[in-house]
Design a binder for this molecule. Structure first.
Ligand code: GLA
Length: 723
């Protein structure tokens, strides 16, 4: 068992790989965190005294002041609002009397093998019960009758713990949950910097690194989507750490809607991390007997810096989050029609793409936006998921593409509705709206009210009528605007605070139904590029369109940022016609992700075609290495150098692929690149010059790239193989 409970000290020690999470129950029933970090064996701690203050006036206490315990400085594992802790708390309930004083105390616990799923929500999973153990701690608020269960799943062989909570109303009166966190983590010092991934449409997941100070530093989404602006991920990096060393904690919220994550350093120099819904956009009414489940948070600890933290996330998400046929099966190499034709296509044009693509070695044609309703531009037809017959005959098109020898993919934007659509004309109240208020326009479209079962059913049926009649191999699920005027025609007035979360539950329900009914379809998520690149979406779709920005130099920062948390197999990356670089850089950058094309294949020169054939050969050669290998960020865009470099090493350390891209004009400068992650004892052959050197040499001395990349070639790729 990876979870140990010491009955005499009432202490839990959770061991995940080489990390430990320790907490105990204080005599008054408070749950106190002792340690989260490197593995320790202890189950007896100096307890709460170390957190107690010696002043009575401003530090609320219990026990009649008999000891110095105060809720205000103690690292409470799941702290309640309004009863003595003035920091950001984990839970706030408004009772039927209207007050918000909340007080949950330990009542019992149970430990079992395996991991429970969370009803209605995406979450990580175990492949067998032996992989992880779960601890459930039940806490009770005796005034409201709330029974709260904190769920900890401890993965035995990898430094991962997941946390979530659920709350049942065991009382006699209805209450309102105003705030409920998925996870709280207390660390005993403030000597950390917080890393977060900020950005915007076309420029997602930039790297931000800011030292903590005595305040709250947080990231937030108010968009009803995780958003381009802040990914639901933060890391805490202890002072003095490097990319490959030092205490590093990563937290990722398995949710695709509005959220808030942040760190607060209190006046006693402890750091509290909280992860949960955005409390500005959340409340939930819980009647007697009802239960509410939070999404889960994935926690990673390592003393191996951000590099090792990323590799842990990558392994974990590849094994324990991504599901379905394409978790392991090789994914078809695709060409997408969007940047090739936008809305301007018909059946013949797509067939001509398919023929050219087949000659190049491409395996799937994806028909993007523009095939339904009367969609010739982005002003119409969302919600009308029937074929635009004057453009294409879908059955004939699919048949012809299959006969050419390619698979066939299709685009949907299921949560959206255009004002110019049959669906809107028939059901103008089916979109999120507020009577009497003007709609905000974003890309000329509105958002469907996914809290309504009849809306979800209608879109599901419409999608099925296409997916069940044509042999579709792939589906791109887009989401091209965020939520505004969040009102529902059917939800009662008092329940409107639930609407943001109900929207997500409706979306997840639709994704669940589609993926269950069509398990052979490869689902790809997208939200104007990477506007919902989060683990909630990865649960349904093994890959996500990383960004609408396909310029490979811009993509470097986007992909480096994305790689902090998400594996290469999830980063959809295409070669396009963007003008700034040659095909070599485009190919090398896209190779780090899923790899594919986003261009008109009938416009290629003979030279381009030859290059593409070489790229496709590389794609097949390195497919397993890139999908299963360990990533090392050798030089990151945020290091401010003229080059960036990354390396992927196979798990058995027999192979490695190193890519270097110059981002600015490289003046004459001595440049040795030291590799990482190899076996120092093994001998490796450099595919570029045939030289054989030890892993030790390659890592500690380095390869001389003083003149590389050079000339027209902005990118240099070298493969090492054990000899
Ligand atoms: C979004 C996507 C693009 C494309 C368009 C179609 O912007 O990110 O890849 O699918 O929608 O409208």
């Amino acid at each position: 068992m990876s979870i140990f409970y010491n009955e005499s000290t009432k202490t839990f020690n959770l061991t995940a790989g080489s990390s430990s999470y320790c907490m105990s129950v204080y005599p008054l029933g408070y749950l106190v965190t002792h340690h989260y970090g490197k593995k320790i064996p202890d189950t007896d701690f100096p307890h709460y005294e170390i957190y107690a203050t010696r002043t009575a006036s401003f530090n609320p206490s219990r026990n009649g002041g008999a000891d110095c315990f105060t809720m205000d400085t103690t690292p409470l594992e799941y702290s309640s609002f309004g009863t003595g802790d003035y920091r950001r708390t984990a839970i706030r309930i408004r009772s039927s009397e209207g007050n918000t004083a909340t007080d949950f105390r330990y009542s019992s616990h149970r430990i079992y093998a395996g991991k429970p799923q969370i009803p209605g929500l995406p979450s990580t999973y175990t492949n067998c019960d032996n992989e992880a153990d779960t601890l459930e701690i039940t806490m009770v608020d005796k005034v409201t009758g709330g029974e709260l269960t904190l769920v900890y799943t401890v993965f035995k062989d990898i430094n991962v713990i997941t946390k979530s909570a659920h709350l049942k109303n065991c009382g006699e009166k209805t209450f309102i949950i105003e705030d409920i966190c998925s996870a709280v983590i207390n660390l005993s010092s403030p000597d950390f910097s917080m890393v977060n991934l900020y950005g915007k449409h076309n420029n997602e997941r930039n790297f931000a690194f800011n030292h903590l100070s005595h305040n709250r530093q947080s990231i937030i989404s108010r968009r009803g989507a995780s958003g381009h602006e802040q990914n639901p991920f933060i890391a805490l990096v202890r002072d003095g750490s490097t990319e490959e060393s030092g205490d590093t904690y990563g937290f990722n919220f398995v949710y695709s809607g509005s959220y808030e994550m942040g760190c607060e350093v209190d006046y006693f120099d402890t750091t509290r991390v909280t992860v949960g819904f955005n409390p500005e956009q959340f409340e939930w009414i819980l009647a007697p007997g009802e239960e509410f489940f939070t999404p889960e948070t994935v926690l990673v600890y390592t003393d191996g810096g951000l590099g090792e933290m990323s590799r842990i996330f990558h392994r974990f998400y590849s094994n324990n989050l991504i599901r379905g046929r394409y978790k392991t099966e090789k994914r078809p190499l695709l060409i997408n029609s969007w940047e090739a034709a936008y809305f301007d296509f018909d059946e013949e044009k797509l067939v001509s793409f398919a023929k050219e693509a087949k000659d190049l070695g491409i395996e799937m044609l994806v028909m993007d936006d523009g095939w339904f309703g009367h969609r010739d531009n982005d002003w119409s037809s969302l919600g009308d998921w029937f074929v635009y017959e004057s453009k294409i005959n879908l059955q004939s098109l699919v048949k012809r593409v299959h006969e050419i020898g390619l698979k066939f993919g299709i685009w949907y934007e299921p949560e959206m509705i255009s004002r110019d659509s049959e669906l809107y004309r028939a059901h103008p109240d089916w979109c999120l709206h507020v009577e009497g208020r003007e709609h905000c326009e974003c890309r000329h479209q509105y958002v469907l009210d996914m809290s309504r079962p009849e809306v979800v059913d209608n879109i599901f049926e419409q999608m099925c009528s296409v997916l069940s009649t044509c042999e579709i191999d792939y589906l791109k699920w887009d989401f091209n605007r965020n939520l505004t005027e969040v009102g529902s025609a059917t939800l009662s007035a008092e329940r409107h605070g639930e609407l943001y979360h109900r929207f997500m539950l409706g979306t997840y329900d639709l994704m669940d139904r589609i993926t269950k009914k069509y398990p052979n379809i490869l689902l790809e998520n997208c939200a104007g590029g990477g506007g919902r690149f989060d683990p909630g979406m990865l649960y349904y779709s093994p890959q996500i369109w990383t960004s609408d920005n396909t310029d490979p130099i811009e993509r470097l920062a986007i992909q480096f940022g994305t790689s902090l948390c998400y594996p290469a197999s999830s980063m959809d990356a295409h070669v396009s016609f963007c003008p700034r670089t040659g095909f070599d850089v485009k190919g090398d950058v896209a190779l780090w992700g899923t790899f594919g094309y986003e261009l008109d294949p009938t416009r290629l020169t003979a030279a381009d075609k030859n290059l593409i054939k070489e790229q496709i050969a590389d794609y097949h050669k390195y497919y397993e290495l890139i999908r299963c290998g360990d990533l090392y960020r050798l030089i990151s865009p945020w290091d401010g150098k003229r080059r960036v470099a990354w390396e992927i090493v196979s798990p058995d350390k027999k192979e490695a692929l190193v890519t270097v891209v110059s981002t600015r004009y490289v003046t004459m400068e001595r440049f040795f690149l030291r590799l990482r992650g190899l076996d120092p004892e093994k001998m490796y052959k450099n595919s570029a010059n045939g030289k054989v050197n030890s892993g030790a040499f390659l890592m500690y001395s380095g390869i001389n790239l003083t003149y590389l990349p050079c000339g027209d070639k902005q990118s240099y790729k070298v493969y090492f193989e054990e000899v």
